[in-house]
Design a protein around this ligand. Structure first.
Ligand code: GRF
Length: 190
């Protein structure tokens, strides 16, 4: 059984998808959800599914506590699902090539510090791109720069707005992210 920790900073809709998807699969489970903000809905869903939900600040002491918790729960992989903080070296060293992120655009364009949420979709529309999508990638010490695992694309229509694009990209995330993570993690050698 591969044990996953999901880290979030926002609403957690992708984390919720993953919790439900993995609860019906063999070989993979979400064993921990960490949120850098209080999140009543995710906490309730975790309680319902028997998954540990942990909220704390993201400071030096709490980062150490979180890594300790991951070790205590025998976490194998970490999935960032709308997590806005930079992952420290201690986590990268403990989970080499086992931390995955989702980004709501086609990297390497429209990534980096400050490129999150609606900022990404506004930048894509302003650049008059003809397509956008999602990028699922490994995490390294820089924002949005780790090796790309998979991308899924959506076309941009002439009258597209950042809001309509955001909705289209969200549909892609909910459709593909959890299955892509499950396939990758289950097929990995360790
Ligand atoms: C998603 O758009 C994801 O691509 C980005 O943050 C958002 C998280 O949404 N990294 P949610 O918290 O899963 O609803």
């Amino acid at each position: 059984m591969r044990k996953i920790a999901v880290f979030i900073s926002g609403e957690g809709s992708n984390a919720a998808k993953m919790l439900r998807n993995f609860s019906e699969r063999d070989g993979i489970e979400v064993a921990l959800v960490y949120s850098s903000k209080p999140n009543k809905n995710l906490k309730a869903l975790c309680e319902q599914l028997g998954v540990v939900f942990h909220y704390s600040l993201w400071n030096e002491t709490e980062k150490i506590n979180l890594l300790d918790l991951c070790i205590k729960l025998s976490i194998d992989w970490v999935v960032l699902a709308g997590f806005l903080k930079l992952i420290p070296e201690s986590f990268l060293a403990h989970f080499p090539n086992k931390i995955i992120n989702i980004h709501p655009a086609l990297l390497p364009k429209f990534g980096g510090k400050g490129m999150y949420g609606m900022h990404v979709h506004i930048a894509v529309i302003q650049a008059e791109e003809v397509e956008s999508g999602i990028t699922i990638h490994y995490v390294n010490g820089a924002y949005d720069e780790g090796q790309i695992i998979r991308q899924f694309r959506v076309s941009i229509s002439d009258n597209e707005t950042s809001e309509t694009l955001s909705t289209k990209v969200r549909v892609l995330e909910h459709k593909y992210f959890s299955d892509t993570v499950a396939e990758l993690v289950i097929s990995a050698k360790n």
